[in-house]
Design a protein around this ligand. Structure first.
Ligand code: ITT
Length: 196
């Protein structure tokens, strides 16, 4: 069977494909499916936004649709950028600028007070009206400088103490085995296996 993944974020798409590669399901990005719509994400939580995106594209296409809403929560910044992670400092601002801005905001903060986490809500919307949503997280500390060339977005500033590395330094398979996105997708695996 096939599923449309309602994302325009190439980094997410690469990871979702890799995490689900052993399932016999065809995953089509919005680009693959020639869908060019911008869904307004006006929810207040990751879950709400994932559901909004999945249900909008499901209604439009009549296909089973998966959506990913994710971001970085920094505890010292009261959870910012959170659901605004993509829009933080403006959508067109580079991640080098965003990452260094966060590092700068935490310049007087040490140790566990630098705690942060990646959050990912994955929603799966079915044409019969049923929708499921699951949340995965990955805990870390805001790094003192950007490090690592893998991944995307905020990966270079999320230091994972148990790995002794940033998320951006992890090889893709290693990140996927422990990431917020991997954890959320593993929670909906049963539903996906039913579709094969
Ligand atoms: P779609 O809505 O089209 O899926 P988007 O990039 O706008 O794409 P979000 O609103 O969910 O998606 O924003 C998520 C942002 O959080 C993303 O742009 C990254 O900056 C950040 N993010 C999420 N997961 C990440 C990860 O695994 N590594 C690094 N940054 C991540």
């Amino acid at each position: 069977s096939k599923i449309i993944v309602a994302t325009g974020n190439e980094g997410k798409m690469v990871e979702i494909r890799n995490i689900l590669k052993d399932l016999d399901i065809e995953l089509l990005s919005l680009k693959d499916a020639n869908i060019d719509v911008d869904v307004e994400e006006n929810g207040k939580t990751f879950e709400e936004n994932a559901i909004i995106k999945a249900e909008a594209i499901c209604k439009l296409t009549g296909e089973i649709v998966m959506a990913d809403d994710s971001g970085l929560e920094v505890d010292y910044l009261n959870g910012e950028p959170g659901i605004y992670s993509a829009r933080y400092m403006g959508r067109d601002t580079s991640y080098t600028v965003k990452n260094n801005h966060i590092i700068d905001l935490l310049k007087d903060v040490e140790g566990d007070d630098r705690s942060c986490r990646f959050v990912c809500a994955i929603a799966l919307a079915f044409p019969d009206g049923k929708t499921i949503v699951k949340r995965g997280t990955m805990e870390g500390l805001v790094a003192y400088e950007e490090k690592g060339e893998h991944g995307f977005g905020y990966d270079p500033i999320v230091y994972l103490p148990e790995m002794g590395k940033t998320s951006g330094e992890l090889l893709p398979d290693v990140k996927d085995s422990m990431s917020h996105r991997g954890n959320a997708l593993r929670m909906i695996r049963d539903e996906l296996e039913k579709l094969v």
